[in-house]
Design a protein around this ligand. Structure first.
Ligand SMILES: Cc1ncc(COP(=O)(O)O)c(C=O)c1O
Length: 374
C-alpha cells in the first residue's frame, strides 16, 4: 500500500508550516551577513539571568526533566493569581494550540478563527479532523461580531489572536468582555496572547485597557489564555509556553501532551526570565519606540501600514511582495512575505534595535526605488 493511501485524507490535505527563513540559510543564499526580522524574536536575545540559569541547568541534561515543569507552573500560577492546576506548561504555545485541537476537536466539529490570522490555527484544527470556519477581517483584524455569527451547534473552539499575527491588530478588554458574554456554553474561546507584554505596554501608553483575560478563567468562563516565553523573554529556541484554564480541561489537555515536552534548560531559563524585569522593560520600551519609527518611515515610503500592538509591523505593497522580500534579503534584511498566509501583497517586519530598523527602512527605500509599488 502506498503512503498516499495509508495517510488519512484530512492529514494529506494539510499544508506545511513555513517558518521565517533561518538566518544561516539566508546568509548562505545571499553570501552576505543578514539580520533576521522575520519571526518576531527578541532583538536583545534572552535575559542575562536566563542565560546564566540555562548554563547552570546544562549540567543536568543527562536527567529527564520533571514532567510538566511543575516549578515553573507554580511560579506562573503565583504571578497570575490562580492555583497551579490552572496552568499547563508546554513546549512553546504552538504545542498548546495543538493540544486544544486534539482535546476538543474531532471530525464533525468545527473551530472558528479570522482570515489573516495565525497560520497554526488551521493546521491544528484540520489535523484533528475538524472543519475550520474563517471569518473575513474587519480593518485587517478580528471581526468579533462576524465570529459570533459563525458559531453553530458543532462549534467547539474559537481561536482569537490578540494581538493578531500577522496584522498586529488588537481588540480591547471591553470588546472581549462584550464578545464573551454572547459566546454559548458549548464553545471554548482560546485567547492567544503571545504578544502580551508588548500590547500591555503599548495600550497603557495609548490609554486603553488591553486585557484582563485571567479574570475570565477565575470567573469560570470557558476560555484558555495562552502565553509564551518566545517573544518578550527571548526564549524562542528553548520552547516554553503555557495555557491558563479550568483545571478539568487542563487535566484533559495534559493527557495528550507528549511526555517530557519541556526541557530542564527551558524551564530554568523561563523561571529566571520571570525575575528579570529590567530585560522585559528594555524590550517593550525599545519596541514601542521602534513601532513608531517604522510605522512613520513606512508611511513616508508610501506603503499601506496597519498600526501595530505587537513587536512587528504589517504593511502592504503589491503582488510582488515576495520579490520585494527577496530583494531585501540581498540587502541583508530578512522579512516575512505573507503569500502563504493568503496575503500576496503583505509583508511583516519584526521590530528590531534602532540601527536594525533604520537599515531595514533604507534597504526598502532602495528596493522600492528600483521597483516602485504599482
Ligand atoms: C499569535 C501567536 N500565537 C502563538 C505563537 C507561538 O509561539 P511559540 O510556539 O513560540 O510559543 C506565535 C508565534 O509567532 C504567534 O504569533
Amino acid at each position: 500500500m502506498k503512503y498516499d493511501e495509508m495517510v488519512p485524507a484530512h492529514i494529506r490535505a494539510l499544508g506545511p508550516y513555513v517558518p521565517g527563513k533561518p538566518l544561516r540559510q539566508a546568509e548562505e543564499e545571499t553570501g552576505i551577513k543578514c539580520t533576521k526580522m522575520a519571526s518576531n524574536e527578541n532583538p536583545f536575545g534572552p535575559s542575562p539571568r536566563a542565560l546564566e540559569a540555562m548554563e547552570h541547568a546544562l549540567r543536568e541534561v543527562h536527567l529527564y526533566p520533571e514532567n510538566g515543569a511543575p516549578e515553573l507552573a507554580k511560579k506562573i500560577a503565583e504571578n497570575e493569581g490562580v492555583t497551579p492546576d490552572h496552568i499547563l506548561v508546554t513546549g512553546g504555545s504552538t504545542p498548546c494550540l495543538d493540544m486544544v485541537g486534539r482535546t476538543l476537536l474531532a471530525p464533525g466539529s468545527n473551530a472558528i478563527t479570522s482570515e489573516r490570522s495565525f497560520i497554526v490555527y488551521p493546521i491544528v484544527t484540520r489535523a484533528a479532523g475538524a472543519t475550520l470556519k474563517l471569518v473575513p477581517t474587519k480593518d485587517n483584524g478580528f471581526d468579533l461580531d462576524g465570529v459570533l455569527n459563525a458559531i453553530d451547534t458543532d462549534t467547539r473552539v474559537i481561536f482569537l489572536a490578540n494581538p493578531n499575527n500577522p496584522t498586529g491588530t488588537m481588540f480591547t478588554a471591553q470588546e472581549l468582555d462584550a464578545f464573551l458574554d454572547k459566546v454559548p456554553d458549548h464553545v471554548v474561546a482560546v485567547i492567544d496572547e503571545a504578544y502580551y507584554d508588548f500590547a500591555k505596554y503599548l495600550a497603557e501608553r495609548r490609554g486603553v485597557e488591553y486585557s484582563h483575560s485571567v479574570r475570565y478563567v477565575n470567573e469560570g468562563r470557558k476560555v484558555i489564555v495562552m502565553r509564551t516565553f518566545s517573544k518578550t523573554h527571548g526564549l524562542a529556541g528553548v520552547r516554553v509556553g503555557f495555557g491558563i484554564g479550568d483545571p478539568v480541561l487542563m487535566n484533559y489537555m495534559a493527557r495528550v501532551r507528549t511526555a517530557f515536552q519541556t526541557t530542564t534548560v527551558g524551564e530554568a531559563g523561563a523561571l529566571a526570565a520571570l525575575h528579570d524585569d529590567d530585560h522585559l522593560q528594555r524590550t517593550v520600551v525599545n519596541n514601542a519606540k521602534g513601532a513608531e519609527f517604522l510605522e512613520h518611515g513606512l508611511r513616508e515610503l508610501g506603503v499601506h501600514v496597519t498600526p501595530t500592538w505587537a513587536n512587528f509591523v504589517f504593511f502592504e505593497v503589491d503582488d510582488n511582495a515576495p520579490g520585494i522580500s527577496q530583494a531585501l534579503e540581498h540587502s541583508g534584511v530578512i522579512v516575512r512575505p505573507l503569500k502563504g498566509w493568503g496575503i500576496p501583497q503583505g509583508l511583516r517586519v519584526t521590530i528590531g534595535k534602532p540601527e536594525q530598523n533604520q537599515n531595514f527602512l533604507s534597504a526598502l527605500r532602495r528596493v522600492l526605488e528600483k521597483e516602485p509599488v504599482r
